[in-house]
Design a protein around this ligand. Structure first.
Ligand code: SDX
Length: 432
């Protein structure tokens, strides 16, 4: 296969190298394009632009493939262990039993928040958006752990990663408890990661929340399926901020802000609100589909479509099956699941969606699973962030450890006013 392409510019022929990835995907290397031709490329949504070489996650959007460090995500579903997958993504291989035990110990050591941080919560309005609390508090962690502002050794990096992964759970639970006027429930060092989160969310001083194996497995699965997704909007944000050598806490706090958007991680909230509107009779499934197709209507069929997957999102398939399994164990069926299935059936039979390859994505079923655990809608994107944090850390580390990485600084095509003279009286005379 050719290892270069030739660009014809006028009567000039410019050869550009081809970069080939592990799975045969190919990219034109334009790192010297402007130097050689004076030209730049233009790709405003970056859908055709690779910003890095990465060995963390592989996606084949046409074939619906997602692998973490080469392992298909389907292979994590039997005994889902989020902490093990987090270690895999960050350190590049599966941990030994001792390494996993040691990392779990670090998570336990770091599960409490500095009391000063906890007091800050007293002044946050009870109706504050949980994602605002999460991004602010992750950034604030750098106030209380200044030793991690520069991570020059692997020991401190592992500790900082464990600190973030452990505390994000405590912060999330604390924001929920505050919003409900409930007393703080401290983490239980005897509990595993997901069980401890649910304990902090739902236990009461006089009554311990009992985590069933089905629910604990389902939450591990949800966090695993959200753990990384190559250069999506929030991960690219983490890399952008990290490329300036900003610290890990600040970079991940920026990632939370990007994930908040309803076109990205905020879609799981929009999906539930859409299903609830239908359930409450405000909208029929058929009308929902019609509105989503109407170009004059900003409404979209949330949970459908994807920049990369032009096939079924493999995560959606796994979550759909998990919804069936977990919801069948509950003594009360969830009417929203039937509505979701109806919407999927209508969309998959509609040429508008089929022709545009708009299939259910990770957000379409994840909310229903979280809802089955009693997690409120406004905490869904926070749960997405808990799952995505190891991926952000892994991507930040990969860039941080790359000696060739530079500060990310895209260019632009300027379309503003030509040279214009400034006149003190405010009148402008366009430069000739
Ligand atoms: C996530 O990047 C990642 O990996 C993200 C993520 C991750 O793990 O990090 O996978 C998580 O963000 C999943 C996506 C969650 N978002 C939603 O469910 C919101 C609804 N989906 C859309 O907004 C949209 O599909 C996007 C944003 C997900 C993808 O947008 P694209 O690829 O830029 O698609 P597009 O806007 O160019 O749309 C192509 C066409 C357009 O119509 P035409 O101009 O061709 O007529 O499809 C239409 C769009 O109007 N379209 C939709 C639609 N999604 C696309 N029409 C109705 N409903 C939708 N959901």
């Amino acid at each position: 296969m050719a290892q270069k392409v030739t660009l014809l510019i006028g009567d000039r022929r410019v050869e550009l190298p081809i970069v080939t990835g592990t799975e045969g995907e190919r990219a034109i290397d334009i790192t010297r394009l402007r130097e050689q031709t004076g030209l730049i490329t233009y790709d405003p949504s970056m859908g055709n632009t690779g910003t890095c070489k990465s060995g963390i996650t592989f996606i084949d959007g046409e074939r619906g493939i997602l692998r973490y460090r080469g392992i298909p995500i389907e292979q994590f579903t039997d005994r889902p262990n989020f902490v093990e997958v987090a270690w895999l993504l960050i350190f590049g291989r599966l941990p030994s039993r001792d390494e996993l035990t040691q990392f779990s110990g670090l998570l336990t050591e770091n599960e409490l928040l500095h009391e000063g941080l906890g007091h800050q919560f007293q002044h946050i309005p009870v109706n504050a958006p949980p994602m605002a609390i999460l991004s602010a508090t992750l950034s604030n962690l750098s106030c209380y752990h200044q030793e991690f502002l520069s991570l020059e050794d692997s020991e401190s990096f592992a500790e900082a990663a464990a600190r973030l992964i452990s505390k994000v759970r405590t912060i999330a639970a604390l924001s929920y408890r505050r919003s409900r006027g409930l007393p703080v429930i401290y983490p239980d060092p005897a509990m595993r990661y997901c069980a401890n989160f649910l304990h902090m969310m739902f236990s009461l001083p006089y009554k311990q929340y009992v985590v069933t194996p089905e629910i604990e497995n389902a939450l591990n699965l949800i966090f695993i399926l959200h753990a990384d997704h190559e250069q999506n909007c929030s991960t690219s944000t983490v890399r952008m901020v990290g490329s300036a050598r900003a610290n890990l806490f600040a970079s991940c706090a920026a990632g939370v802000c990007a994930l908040w958007g309803p076109l990205h991680g905020g879609a799981n909230v929009e999906v539930l609100q859409m299903l609830q509107r239908i359930h409450q009779g405000g909208l029929s499934p058929e009308e929902c589909i019609r509105q989503a197709k109407d170009k004059d209507n900003p409404f979209r069929l949330y949970g459908f479509g994807h920049r990369v997957y032009k096939n079924f999102d493999p995560r959606a398939a796994i979550l759909k099956e998990a919804c069936d399994r977990v919801l069948s164990t509950l003594d009360r069926p969830d009417p929203l699941l039937d509505i979701a299935r109806k919407l999927e059936e209508l969309a998959m039979a509609d040429p508008y969606f089929v022709d545009r390859k708009l299939y259910p994505n990770v957000d379409f079923y994840s909310g229903m699973l979280l809802r089955s655990m009693g997690i409120p809608t406004n905490m869904f994107t926070v749960c997405f962030a808990i799952g995505r944090l190891p991926g952000w850390i892994a991507q930040w580390k990969e860039q941080h450890d790359d000696p060739t990485s530079k500060i990310l600084r895209p260019r632009q095509v300027y379309v503003g006013p030509a040279l214009t003279e400034y006149r003190a009286d405010g009148s402008e005379v366009n430069g000739q």
